[in-house]
Design a protein around this ligand. Sequence first.
Ligand code: C2E
Ligand code: CA
Ligand code: CA
Ligand code: CA
Length: 275
Amino acid sequence: AKGAGRGTTCFFEPGMEAKLRQRSLLEHDLRLALESDQLSLAFQPLYACGTRDVTAVEALVRWQHPTRGALPPTEFIPVAEESGLIQPLGRWVLERACTAALRWPRPYNVAVNLSPAQFRHGRLPEIVAEVLERTGLPAGRLEIEVTEGLLIDDADGALAVIRALKRQGVRIALDDFGTGYSSLGYLRRFPFDKIKIDKSFVQALEADPGARAIVDAILAMGRSLNLQVTAEGVETEQQFRFLQRLACDEAQGFLLGRPMTAERLQELLLANSGG
Ligand code: C2E
Ligand code: CA
Ligand code: CA
Ligand code: CA
């Protein structure tokens, strides 16, 4: 859509041009942000449903924009993907997350979100290997979270990259499970270690028996395919109890722990590890 810019304004819907201008401003600002330390990571723990102990921690990118304040990743990740900035941004996140994980009091896994665009880069397995080597994080502690979007365009290419990552010992989780298109055939084809049930199902657990049936079916499927299952977006004790009763493996959500700073996480982990 980019190259179509100036001169073809007449084809745009009203407001379109302003949106494009907004987007290229954001791209410009994001480029600066990467160079000037405006990005940071928030950390949100994952918990074992049975014991409520921390099992892993997900890294979530944050941007403190100099004039617009905190911008949500849902606003700037798409800009990063379209501009190619996702490559340096993604590498920065990976490196920071792995470094942070080495400071935790116990060897919890660290989960990092990767965009489909990062898989299309071609050198992703080498980049991950480099980061693991440079930081010293054991590969088995890194969980890469991917979405079904990855499987749409070039499923074979994605599979090759995922296999290369798995050979290094990295774990792969399928995020936002249940929201994409056909989710079943490739569960068999792709060597995922974990699926994360999308929060829309979790949040419907109390009110909607249909959501309970779906979550129950996903858990049964996870067990028979030997996949770990995490429920995300757990906000109430009742949702958490449902998940415990259904013998879900892991849960994540505001009820259990919000995304937090590295310092706050460290305190929580120290308390959690009984130290
Ligand atoms: P996600 O990977 O599905 O991450 C979960 C999102 O849900 C996070 O939003 C988190 O703050 C939020 N969340 C956690 N618990 C709850 C809850 O109980 N209730 C509700 N309503 N929300 C909850 P966040 O941090 O704004 O991230 C949004 C999305 O942006 C992420 O969704 C992920 O797709 C993307 N993202 C975040 N960080 C990165 C990154 O470093 N790289 C890439 N490529 N994408 C990222
Ligand atoms: Ca550009
Ligand atoms: Ca995620
Ligand atoms: Ca998710």
